[in-house]
Design a binder for this molecule. Structure first.
Ligand SMILES: *Cc1c(COP(=O)(O)O)cnc(C)c1O
Length: 377
């Protein structure tokens, strides 16, 4: 086979996105201003939610949600071990304790049936992750959360376009946090947003992202000058107009991007379902999958060998994710060990993420398929 390079990810920025960004670069305000406002309104409309606040990352969005809930020392927050480390790290930033709950074997999402057992009087919130773009069982989780009076934060870094039984991210959770990091479905290189239905939280997030200041730079400058005050100790994670400008047109195209990725997923599914040496996670009939990542599961003993062979053949690969509880820091701090969350470990040790983005050509897709099938056998 001819050796070629198929990147793991290529962004999808169009000329229009770049022109929109150039408008900002040629304007007065590079920081938070008109473009951010426009993006927030547009994104809230897309999600069917009342409020969106633009921040610099999903990590910041998750952190602000926890801070708004006043989560701190002696509190516990339930989450999944099968995610990017950010999901648990934000709990650590607050001085609270992440309590992991194992995932479903079929989907890799947190197992809603195991959540109640993990709830203690210290539990204040739960951060769920819509893994790879398929939503968790949000209806069931909402019921449990209401029964115990705990809040739900949706780590929706993988899931903007997804739905489950017609429910979108942020509709049943208290807060939904999004990422526009370099490899996400829509991107501004770095960026994030927090969405909610709660007006009081919205006002707090707007200030909390900028030191707790009562007026931002654009407000002070464009209107009659008014002194700012600092109402509380906030943070520094406001989205810039540069970031927002890159996202505006991508939001218009998001369904198209999603349709293209769904098509690629179907081609992959069809080709890989014939290979008995690999397995695919299930997409539930009630799900509209946001199709962020495409993963295949292979036998754990051979996973790393396959990864390296795919790389040698020029196929970009990644692992999403090695379970968080087995990261050095978490093992040391909380004495987690292998076997504690067996299903998350099983998926984490078997998974390979393949190239999956709208710019993939038919030839590249065919090449990924034939290379995978020639290695995993
Ligand atoms: C990417 C990612 C994050 C972090 O997003 P940033 O915008 O880089 O902070 C959080 N959670 C999950 C599941 C992710 O994949």
């Amino acid at each position: 086979m001819r050796k070629r390079k198929i990147e793991f990810y290529k962004h999808n920025l169009s000329l229009q996105d770049k022109q929109e960004c150039l408008k900002v670069l040629n304007s007065l305000f590079l920081t938070t201003g008109e473009a951010v406002k426009k993006f927030e309104l547009k994104f809230a409309h897309y999600l069917g939610l009342k409020y969106v606040v633009g921040v610099t990352s999903c990590t910041d969005a998750l952190f602000l949600a926890l801070k708004y809930l006043q989560i701190g020392k002696d509190d516990e927050v339930i989450t999944t071990p099968l995610s990017f480390i950010a999901t648990a790290n934000v709990i650590e930033y607050c001085g609270a304790k992440p309590v992991f709950v194992d995932v479903e074997e079929e989907t890799g999402n947190i197992d809603a049936n195991l959540i109640e057992k993990a709830i203690t009087p210290k539990t204040k919130a739960i951060i769920i992750v819509h893994l790879y773009g398929q939503m968790c069982d949000i209806k069931k989780i909402r019921k449990i959360a209401d029964k115990y009076g705990i809040k739900i934060i949706e780590d929706s870094a993988h899931c903007i376009e997804g739905e489950r039984n017609g429910v979108k991210p942020g509709a049943l959770g208290d807060f939904a946090c999004f990422s526009f990091y370099a490899t996400k479905n829509i991107t501004s290189g770095e960026g994030g947003a927090i969405a909610c239905q709660n007006g009081k939280a919205y006002e707090w997030f707007q200030k909390a992202r900028l030191h707790g200041m009562s007026k931002n730079a654009a407000d002070r400058y464009s209107k009659k000058y008014e002194h700012y005050d600092m109402e509380f100790l906030g943070y520094k994670c406001n989205m810039s107009n540069i970031q927002a400008s890159l996202l505006l047109n991508q939001l218009d195209r998001i369904e198209k991007i999603s349709e293209r990725k769904e098509k690629i997923a179907m081609i992959y599914n069809k080709a890989f379902s014939k290979n008995s040496h690999l397995k695919l996670l299930k997409v539930l009939p009630e799900s509209k999958h946001a199709r962020h990542l495409y993963t295949v599961l292979v036998i754990p003993q051979k996973r790393d060998e396959y990864l390296h062979k795919l790389q040698e053949k020029g196929i970009g690969v990644a692992v999403n994710f090695r379970p968080i509880h087995l990261m050095k820091y978490y093992m040391k701090k909380y004495r987690y060990k292998v076997g504690d969350f067996a299903i998350a470990e099983k998926i984490g040790n078997s998974t390979i993420s393949l190239p999956f983005y709208p710019k993939l050509t038919k030839e590249e897709i065919d090449c990924v398929i034939s290379t995978v099938n020639s290695i995993v056998k």
